[in-house]
Ligand binder design. Structure first.
Ligand code: GLA
Length: 404
């Protein structure tokens, strides 16, 4: 009986605690945080969420870093190894955050990643809890930024989650600014990735809170409808992206098994035409040579990473077929012929509509130059597929002229 009443007593305290609303902390006045000089090109790397969700741990992250180096994805530009949600443990009496048992020593892990020539990312929330219910940074922004500095963290994804129970969308900017200011105060440069699913037109204020990239959509899934739905919806956000600050249509699903090779080729081409961050979301340890080829096609990645940093515009749309162009440094042009339809389609380019003068055209997935002996060029584009070209003026430095 005594045991039962003690149990009732403690469970009522627990219920009380669980129901006690978290006090709403005051938000700072809006200001503009200076650019941290990072992400001059869209960030590239890997993130644990799409493949591993809560099943990520120290060992897996180390093995992923090893695989990134072994497969030479690093040569293609992949650099960040980012731990998403579920690494957090408890705060101690001083309020300092500690990782949970899956990550015994975060500093040692960061040192390991750095020893491979890579950089490490972590994840938190402006709310008290992350989306998976782990400890967020609410009320601990400066302390957490200092802890990240101590550990040697290079990238922070900051996910709205439970902050939505405390603040309105109109208060998001100030809530993100809190962490932006905290990161600005530490000596270590940290890429700041905002994740609030594109609410409150984040592209208009993301860079003002110190953001280097901001999610523009809900979570991607490993299927054609989700990926293409997101990718083809991003065009009007083009004016907001540029060196230092990027629209983020979410992480890659390439290699996770839910799409065909043609669909993954479209995924990579779309993201590259959009100047989107390229964060692989698959298991790099066991990927097939095909997946590696899709993820690490240097000619495609060169489009994504072009120094002008200008995302694509749509040149034309006819039913399920769309032609997009993206201006590149040195007067070159990327041209993507997308076929969103369920059947293969013939698509035609009029060269004159694209770039004037003497140009060479290269197919970036086939790795071959195209014979331009007519005014126009017609090609067959697979269902849900793409043909991606780079057009360069002959004589531009770095452009090889095809051997005829
Ligand atoms: C949200 C984000 C995802 C991932 C999960 C983790 O859904 O949009 O990218 O970070 O939270 O819980």
């Amino acid at each position: 009986m005594r045991f039962l009443s003690a149990l009732l007593f403690f469970s009522s305290i627990w219920t009380l605690q669980a129901q006690t609303p978290v006090p709403k902390l005051p938000l700072p006045e809006l200001k503009e945080i200076p650019w941290n000089k990072l992400a001059g090109r869209p960030p590239m790397g890997w993130n644990s969420w799409n493949k591993f969700q809560g099943k990520v741990d120290d060992k897996t992250v180390r093995e992923i870093a090893d695989a990134m180096v072994r497969t030479r994805m690093t040569d293609a530009g992949y650099l960040y190894v980012n731990i998403d949600d579920t690494w957090q443990g408890e705060r101690d009496a001083q309020g300092k955050i500690h990782p949970n048992q899956k990550f015994p020593d975060m500093k040692a892990l960061a040192d390991y990643i750095h020893s491979k020539g890579l950089l490490i990312g972590i994840y938190s929330s402006p709310g008290p809890k992350t989306c998976a219910g782990y400890e967020g940074s609410y009320g601990h922004e400066e302390q957490d930024a200092q802890t990240y500095e101590e550990w040697g963290i290079d990238y922070l994804k900051y996910d709205w989650c439970s902050a939505g129970k405390i603040y309105s969308d109109a208060e998001m900017r100030a809530a993100y600014q809190k962490m932006g200011s905290a990161l600005d105060k530490i000596a270590r440069p940290v890429v700041f990735s905002l994740c609030q699913y594109g609410r409150d037109e984040v592209w208009k204020w993301g860079s003002k809170v110190g953001g280097n990239l901001w999610r523009t959509t809900d979570d991607i899934q490993d299927n054609w409808a989700s990926m293409s739905g997101i990718g083809f919806r991003q065009l009007e956000l083009a004016p907001y992206a540029g060196p230092g600050h990027w629209n983020d249509p979410d992480m890659l699903e390439v290699g996770n098994g839910g799409m065909t090779d043609d669909e993954y080729r479209t995924h990579m081409s779309l993201w590259s035409m959009l100047a989107a961050p390229l964060l692989a979301g698959n298991d790099l340890r066991s990927m097939t040579p095909k997946t590696l080829e899709l993820l690490a096609n240097k000619e495609v990645i060169q489009i994504d990473q072009d120094p002008l940093g200008k995302p694509a515009k749509r040149l034309s749309k006819s039913g399920d077929q769309e032609i997009w162009t993206r201006p590149l440094a040195g007067g070159a042009l990327a041209v993507a012929l997308f076929n969103r339809g369920a059947q293969p389609a013939e698509m035609t380019l009029q060269w004159k509509q694209l770039l004037p003068g003497n140009i060479v055209a290269r197919d970036l997935w086939k790795h071959e130059f195209i014979k331009r002996d007519k005014e126009s060029w017609t090609t067959s584009v697979p269902r849900h597929g793409v043909v991606l070209l780079r057009l360069s003026k002959i004589g531009t430095p770095g452009v090889r002229t095809p051997v005829r």
